[in-house]
Ligand binder design. Structure first.
Ligand code: FE2
Length: 272
């Protein structure tokens, strides 16, 4: 069966069918998958009943698996959930989560992430993906010039509520500066690399100007026309590119269990 790729929205995302991820991928399918990923940034593979090993094999198609750092886990898999489970390496996160790019606060952020859904609420808890290349393209020439060469500090504190940006900055929490505008190494497209959850400061300007620039960029990135909102089904596998998209979790009822298995893929290089 040939691989079939169908767009999910005008902003980003495609559903890929014709693949059974319990089997190793052929060279042709691997190439088609990588092309689809470049074209659409977010890929959905639906109805895949996957073991951890099968998810890991899929991830290895795209690069080296990243070890994870979190409050209670250094395993390769992290279970993103709202209810703790002592048997699993869990990242307990409640409700809504602001837009972010995974590990943007690290010197070498992960280039890709996968989430595999095991249990989802019947309503809510959708994941929104923003196309940050499209957002860059929508900047005026004046804005592009203003942002060129600027860097921004990204920060994340696992010890506080990880779903929102804290008011107080802990100097010992993970943080790293990256260019505000980066070029995607595979597509050559420019993209805006700041996000509302983690980016706290543009380094080269005064705080007031930094806040104004960041608020403008966050609002642009999160404009509805730049968003694909994913409504989860059980056994969805979603792969996204952290170099050119940001993602956010929508609200859901706290009493409903939401459980997804996450594995991330390292970037080859620090952000250039
Ligand atoms: Fe994330």
């Amino acid at each position: 069966m040939a691989i079939n790729v169908e767009k999910l929205s005008d902003a980003a995302g495609a559903i890929v069918s014709g693949l059974d991820l319990t089997q190793a991928l052929s060279a042709d399918d691997t190439q088609a998958l990588k092309q689809a990923w470049q074209d659409h940034m977010v890929l959905l593979l639906r109805g895949q009943e996957l073991t951890e090993e099968e998810q890991e094999r899929f991830c290895q198609t795209f690069g080296e698996i990243a070890g994870l750092t979190s409050r209670n886990s250094d395993s390769k898999f992290l279970f993103v959930t709202n209810k703790d489970d002592p048997k699993l390496a869990t990242a307990v996160q409640l409700g809504e989560m602001m837009f972010h790019c995974d590990q943007a606060y690290a010197e070498q952020p992960c280039k890709a992430s996968t989430l595999y859904s095991i249990e989802i609420p019947d309503v809510g808890g959708n994941t929104s993906f923003a196309n940050c290349c499209a957002a860059y393209d929508q900047l005026s020439d004046d804005w592009k010039e203003r942002l060129e060469g600027k860097t921004a500090l990204n920060y994340f504190n696992y010890a506080t509520n990880p779903s929102i940006r804290p008011d107080e900055i802990d100097p010992d929490a993970p943080q790293h500066s990256h260019p505000v505008i980066r070029t995607h190494p595979e597509t050559g497209r420019k993209t805006i690399y700041v996000n509302r959850l983690m980016t706290i400061r543009i380094n080269e300007v005064e705080k007031e100007e930094s806040d104004a620039i960041l608020n403008y960029l966050f609002d642009l990135i999160e404009s509805p026309h730049n968003i694909y909102e994913h409504v989860w089904q059980v056994h969805d596998l979603v792969l996204w590119d952290n170099r050119c998209t940001a993602h956010a979790r929508q609200h859901y009822a706290p009493e409903k269990r939401r459980l997804l298995r996450r594995m991330t893929i390292l970037d080859e290089n620090p952000v250039a």
